[in-house]
Each structure stands twice: as C-alpha cells, then as structure tokens.
Design a protein around this ligand. Structure first.
Ligand code: NAD
Ligand code: UDP
Length: 327
C-alpha cells in the first residue's frame, strides 16, 4: 500500500465485505467514508468504528448521486445473497447500474480511482471449468438471477466505457463465494445458513441433491486481494478473479459444518433454485501473476473462525433483511 493517507469512500461499507474493508482502511490511518442504506446490513458491523476520528458513516442509497471529495472509491453496495437480491429485482438492477453510474460520475469529477465489486455470477452457469476472466459466461438474461447477474455485467460495461471514454482509473474484481465473520446471520447464503442451522439445532437445508459445487474464500484473503488490486499499476484494470480454487460440493460443506460444530442437525433436501449454477471454481492465474496474490486460509480454518463468530453473536439483535424465500 502507498504510504500517503487517502480519503476513501466505501459504498456498502456496513455489509459483510465492506465492514472488513472499512476496518482495514481505518487501521491504516486513511480517512474513510462508509456509505450504506442498510438494506442487508446493520450498524452492528461498524459500530466499533463510529468513535474513530478517521471514520464517517453516511446513510445513503447509491441509486441517488453522492458528492464528496475522495481519492479512492470502493463500490460494494448491492445485495449479494440470492434471497435478498430477488426480493426487489428491479431495485437490484437499479443499485448495480445507477449505483455504478453515480459512483463513476463521482470518480470522473474527483479523478478518484474506482473499484467495482463484480462477481463470479457474470459467468452464469459456466460451461468452462475452472472459469478464466476471458470466459464470457452463460447467463440467462430473463431468469430470476438476471437482476443480479446482468446488473453486475452492465456495471462492468459502464466501468470499461468510463475508462475508455473518460480516462477513469478503474479496477474490477470478480469475487467468488466468500464467507467469514460479519455475514448477516439471516443473509441466506449457504455458509451462514448452514452454521446458524447447525448451532441452533435446526435441519440443514440442502437445495437440490447437494452435488453442485462452490469454491469458498475466507474474507481476510479476499480483502488482501482487493487492496493489492487497488494498489497495482494503473494498467491492471481487471477484471481479475479473486477466490479460493478449493472446490467443494454443497453436501461436503454441510457435512463439514455438522462435524465442526458437533451438531445433531439432520440434512434435509429442498428444491434446487432456478438457474442455480452447477459448478464454480476460479482460475486465479491473473491474480497470481499480476498481483502476486493467492488465498492462504483453507476452508476448515476459515469455517472454524466463522463458527466462533456466529456462536458469539446474539441472534435477537438481528432483523431479517427480507422474508423472501429463494425460488
Ligand atoms: P452484503 O449484503 O453483506 O453487503 C452489501 C451492502 O450493500 C449492505 O450493507 C447493503 O445494505 C448495502 N446496499 C445494498 N443496496 C444498497 C444501495 N442501493 N445503496 C447503498 N447501500 C446498499 O454483501 P457482501 O457479501 O458484503 O457483498 C458486497 C459486494 O460484493 C456486493 O456488491 C456483492 O455483489 C459483491 N460480491 C460478494 C460476494 C461474496 O461472496 N460475499 C461474491 C460476489 C460478489
Ligand atoms: N444453498 C443450499 N442451502 C442453503 C443456501 C444455499 O443448499 O441454505 C446452495 C445454493 O442452492 C447454491 C449454493 O448453496 O447451490 C451456494 O448458494 P449461495 O446462496 O451461498 O450463493 P450462490 O453461489 O448461489 O450465489
């Protein structure tokens, strides 16, 4: 990281990934503005930062323009869990697309460097395995996941058009499934669901037969990748895959969680959501070669830290973002 102190805007800063990034940037002494509308998060993730002189919290929605003098922008604002991004699909598209336009406009005016949290979902249900950045993906543009997948694809388009047309200094990361402390206990994604179910003695809900695969990255590894990409030479715009290539079936994950928590929970099977990708694993060659980055924390070690976190929180302190069910 460069040594001079920067003014950094983090949208979605109260969320799972955003709160870790805020922490890292505050610890490094930077002046941090955390912007969030608290759709899928609560202040609890960043409450310990509120009394720091170099941390500022702004309740704001990225679909509306925002003005501030900043040196760097990390654009993370977007619901990330299928159950919550499908709740108001039109709003999800607006958040990705109008959020990108508003933040890119701010970057253009202030000459800030801007980072986009894109996703492995741009590959859809991939026919190529593992997925390199050159793979153009297999997304159903009219399906239930399209609000998220196509919203993120359009945001990538906007980033590269602002870069080509206006010379905006961009960084685009494609994040593969990441987990860890500060996930919302009612986030609805697989790792938090399984751990909460296991530690509270509920049945573990496997969607489909559990043979679909995902590659799980621990949050600290991911944030290291974010910072390396932001600090890389300007020609390294991305897109860059950041994720852990270790690939597991969802059933294997459920069995690991049961074993590690010592839970008596049973596995139950529910219908597979529509367009649920059958396999996913990042090709991280570009991250290794251009950023000198690779993940260090294996799944068992990261799961142990995450289980410890969920055992330490009081579920009564959390409000469900939506009552929506994944379809
Ligand atoms: P999260 O839901 O915990 O965080 C998203 C944050 O954005 C929340 O605090 C939410 O309140 C906020 N937000 C949502 N809509 C907003 C809006 N219109 N205006 C302002 N704030 C808004 O999810 P996360 O896992 O921390 O994801 C962060 C980013 O990373 C997202 O853009 C997501 O698409 C991307 N991503 C995450 C993963 C992962 O595995 N965690 C994978 C791929 C991509
Ligand atoms: N999944 C599951 N049980 C759950 C939540 C998710 O079996 O309680 C499955 C889901 O169908 C998908 C995988 O776990 O195949 C990962 O889902 P998640 O929502 O975490 O993220 P995705 O990678 O699908 O965006």
């Amino acid at each position: 990281m460069s040594t001079h102190l920067k003014r950094i805007l983090i949208t979605g800063g109260a969320g799972f990934l955003g709160s870790h990034l805020c922490q890292r940037m505050v610890d490094a002494g930077h002046d941090v503005i955390c912007l969030d509308n608290f759709f899928t998060s609560q202040k609890s993730n960043i409450v310990h930062l509120l009394d720091k002189p170099n941390f500022e919290l702004v309740r704001h929605d990225v679909t509306q323009p925002f003005m501030a003098e900043v040196d760097e922008i990390y654009n993370l604002a977007c619901p990330a869990s299928p159950v919550h991004y499908q709740y108001n699909a039109i709003k999800t598209v607006k958040t990705s697309v109008m959020g990108a336009i508003n933040m890119l406009g701010l970057a253009k005016r202030t000459k800030a460097k801007i980072f986009q949290a894109s996703t492995s979902e741009v590959y859809g249900d991939p026919e190529i395995h593992p997925q390199p950045e050159s793979y153009r993906g297999s997304v159903n543009p009219i399906g239930l996941r399209a609000c998220y997948d196509e919203g993120k694809r359009c945001a990538e388009t906007l980033f590269f058009d602002y870069h080509r047309q206006n010379g905006v200094n961009i960084r685009v990361v494609r994040i593969f499934n990441t987990y860890g402390p500060h996930m919302h206990p009612y986030d609805g994604r697989v790792v938090s669901n399984f751990i909460i179910q296991a530690i509270s003695g509920q049945d573990i809900t496997i969607y489909g037969d559990g043979s679909q695969t995902r590659s799980f990255c621990y949050v600290d590894d991911l944030i290291n990748g974010f910072i390396k990409l932001m600090d890389a030479p300007d020609e390294v715009t991305g897109p860059v895959n950041i994720g852990n290539p270790g690939e597991f079936t969802i059933k294997q994950l459920a069995e690991m969680v049961i074993e590690m928590t010592g839970s008596k929970s049973k596995l139950i099977y529910k219908p597979l959501p529509k367009d649920d990708p059958t396999q996913r694993k990042p090709d991280i060659t570009i991250a290794q070669e251009k950023l000198g980055w690779e993940p260090k924390i294996p799944l068992a070690e990261g799961l142990a830290k995450t289980i410890e976190y969920f055992q330490s929180i009081n579920l009564a302190d959390y409000r469900k973002p939506t009552d929506h069910e994944v379809q």
